[in-house]
Design a protein. Structure first.
Length: 121
């Protein structure tokens, strides 16, 4: 005689909304955050957060070489150190990389910033 085992309990496969996915990805990208800890708290595998992050970056800014993350350090008041402020240009962001300093004004759109930073590779 054959035996059949019926496993009952809560369904393990859950449907996540875009907002829930984004919230978990943002929490995992916070300074000092550990993806494994965020995943454990949400009762999911860490690879799922990595997949959602990859999907989110592809949806926001696809590139031919793939999106990448770069650590950013925010200064409390960087405007005092920026010489362009004295020349009348309002600096929205300043990036220092490979010995060069790149300053973006308020008017710089995402496409321009992406193109400039992409040329640094």
């Amino acid at each position: 005689m054959d035996r059949i085992t019926v496993i009952s309990g809560p369904e393990r496969r859950r449907a996540w909304t875009a907002e829930q996915k984004e919230a978990l990805v943002l929490a995992a990208c916070a300074p000092g955050a550990v993806v494994a800890d965020i995943a454990r708290a949400a009762d999911i595998h860490p690879s799922l957060i990595h997949r959602w992050r990859r999907e989110l970056t592809q949806r926001i800014g696809p590139s031919s070489t793939g999106a990448s993350f770069v650590p950013v350090v925010m200064k409390a008041d960087a405007s005092a150190d920026v010489p362009s402020e004295r020349q009348g240009l309002r600096v929205a962001a300043e990036i220092e990389t490979r010995g060069a300093v790149i300053r973006f004004g308020d008017e710089a759109g995402p496409e321009l910033v992406r193109a400039i930073l992409g040329s640094l590779r």
